[in-house]
Design a protein around this ligand. Sequence first.
Ligand code: ATP
Ligand code: MG
Length: 418
Amino acid sequence: MANLQPVRGTHDLLPEDMRRHRAVIERARDTAALYGFAEMATPVFEFTEVFARTLGETSDVVTKEMYTFADKGGDSLTLRPEGTAGIARAVISNGLSQALPVKAFYNGPMFRHERPQKGRQRQFHQFGVELIGVPTPQADIEVLACARAILAAIGLAGRVTLEINTLGDTESRANYRTALVDYLSGHVDALSEDSRQRLERNPLRILDSKDPGDRQVVADAPALADHLTPAAADFFAAVRQGLEALDIPYEINPRLVRGLDYYGHTAFEFTTDALGAQGTVLAGGRYDGLIETMGGPSIPGVGWAAGVERLAMLIEDVPAAPRPLVLVPLGEAADKVALTLAETLRRAGHVVEQGYSGNLKKRLNRANRQNARAALILGDDELARGEATLRDLDSGEQTPLPLADPLPALAAYRPADR
Ligand code: ATP
Ligand code: MG
């Protein structure tokens, strides 16, 4: 017997789940379009180095979470753990860097081998935007405004908090790194094993640790804000002024460092306390070094990705499934009429279901279970008169419907958006 469980950390999206999921994506899509972003799709797998190089050899994603495999030709491939590296690769390989800026949005499945829990899966979906080629804070402000507008369109404006920080420029981070390592070296005994390893390879990451012992140490660590170059401080001030001009509330979180290595300057997260431990619904930042690291030209970028499952859990006004018209043919002659009638109605924008078998009562019961809006009953008597009986399933009212010209009387039963 085959194992019929889905792989751990993966989920089926049943029709009700899919409606939530699509509502999130459609609202995000419509909103991103208002900001001038165009949809793009890159492959679900890439050469491993596309991710290994850009996300940083020491990042959690690269060291622990990637689904990497050798394909039959011997190439090392990886199922994408995030969207930015693939978009950046596509910008280079399609020569899009000749016509900057590139403003792209994407959506699709991502894969990370991490411990499954509520809001954390091994296959999950992200919706993300990238604004590539603009070095000024205008771009940071625009992607943040777009994020905020999308969360508002999903109905979460009052339920999320924007936390931002600056990681400064390369020089600021180098200054800070020295100060941080000095401080942390005096507290090695209190650090977790993971963080002791990070101390040499990537000490900034320790700021982000969830280990309680690490957190205590980090609470008194020097702040990056005190090590910014004047240029980096100005950049961050401009981003904050933009947010204020747009009335986008935010909190500065000096401990916010993103989990991936390619970020500098602006880093941000939208969080909610409605989801328990996995409270980050959207996260991103500026990644000026990424494309160059990948072997392309030096092109700046800023963007973010949102977790679609986490947003789908929060959405309250899930659109209902459309209510169908159900055809109820009773007998062979009626079956033939129903076949063509169904097509005529569908072409006119009606959602049409048919009861595939059974007597009138059984079919009407099934129609009610499908939340049908009305039934079109086709019995021999009706057919002889060239009619069907239109039964409104909300009011129970029945009226004759001329089969030669059924559409006018059915107009009121067509879904509003068709
Ligand atoms: P976390 O701190 O939750 O692990 P992350 O820093 O790894 O998040 P990003 O790589 O920034 O997350 O991804 C952006 C968003 O994608 C997250 O804020 C979250 O909403 C979602 N996300 C990330 N990993 C998962 C996952 N394993 N399952 C479901 N959603 C996820
Ligand atoms: Mg993670």
